[in-house]
Design a protein around this ligand. Sequence first.
Ligand code: GLN
Length: 491
Amino acid sequence: MSELTAKTIAELRDGFRSGAFSAREIAEAYNAAVSAARTLNAFTVETPDDALAAAEAADQRRGNGELPSLVGIPLGIKDLFATKNVDTTAGSNILKGFRPPYDSHVTANLRKAGAGMLGKLNMDEFAMGSSNETSAYGPVISPWRRKGSNVGLTPGGSSGGSAAAVSAGIAPGATGTDTGGSIRQPAAFAGICGIKPTYGRCSRWGIVAFASSLDQAGPMARTVRDCAILLEAMAGFDPRDSTSLDLPVPRWEANLSSDLSGKRVGIPREYRIDGVPAEIGALWDQGIEWLKDAGATPVEISLPHTKYALPTYYIIAPAEASSNLARYDGVRYGLRVEGVKTLDDMYSATREAGFGAEVKRRIMIGTYVLSAGFYDAYFNKAQKVRALIKEDFRKAFEQCDVILTPTAPSAAFGLGEKMSDPLAMYLNDVFAVPASLAGLPAMSVPGGLDAQGLPLGLHLIGNELDEQIVLNAGLAIEERAGFTARPEKWW
Ligand code: GLN
């Protein structure tokens, strides 16, 4: 890593402002790092000229009064966000060649804050997956390796490109999206931070839809502070998204404090599940100690419907996906298979050629649970269970201010290890999905390394709209964990 690519966003921002280096130097250092790391397959498109143009503008603005937060900072953008005139494919063949004539609300906000773009980041197709292996561009390879081994590992998914890029030092920060864990699980696997805000904080406008009642954008970066800076720029009301929250964006960075005096940390009994490695349990206990040291009091809480969260998610998410993905019919966007007889043949040939196996599985499950004969038994039932899961959290937050759990039930696994077993793959999100179903803010912060030298994350869940306590507890952990490990460069 060059000196500049080793810096956090806060350090880049402050150094640029004080004149220690120029925005051009930052952009050039990152552009060089991106092109030197193609082996990782983290980017689907590189946009060095975009990063340079934003840097040029930043250098011209320096010294001319108050600057917005991200002037001089280049970022990686998950391929799920529409980016004006730049390929936006959601990791799918069906959208290959699609160049939206507009920016998503979130990426437009980042531009308004002064950020440039290094490129589009690889991801699981339509954000369906936990390992990045469902991408039409092939998997992202994690920059991390087990001690003494060169087996290729997953960076997690679906925001695997974002996680790999930030941990490898080829982007100082990136956007991610989280429907059922896709910011938090890859952040944990890659030893970085990632926060999913309260549902509705970030507009979904211009983000390719997977499951609309769950999809939320959020930042992934090396530190808690960097996540606060990015989230402040990404969030905000947007009348084009009917679920966007019409609330001012809090000053999360200015209000960061790792003093948790008087705060209660909920430890959910039901999250001690079988089959989770002892090291993860030990890190969880260590996390409780760190939060106690920061002034918080641990309290045992109960989230009794947790055990139904994964099955509920795997009914609701595919149901919404099957409806959202109906628009890819060869008429309006991307791929169209020609040379068939009828319109119906064109639809099915296009969808057959354009979607990968996992996406087809979700469409079939989703269509089935929404069908007339099964709607009540599955979809309606799942909606009721979702309400109970939400209610569990409402009660829990009468007893505590923030909840601490592990982020994922394992460290990063090998590429190919779980692709033939969708249920094992779905289990990755066992700790992440309940907060998604309840629409709550949640974050993963690196806690330490396992015996094989791979990162493990701790997961914090806050009450609705209380991103601040999540960030503050994250900061308390970050300060105590002293996690400075970075993958050794082999790429
Ligand atoms: N891994 C989960 C899934 O495959 C979550 C994905 C996400 O959050 N986008 O659906």
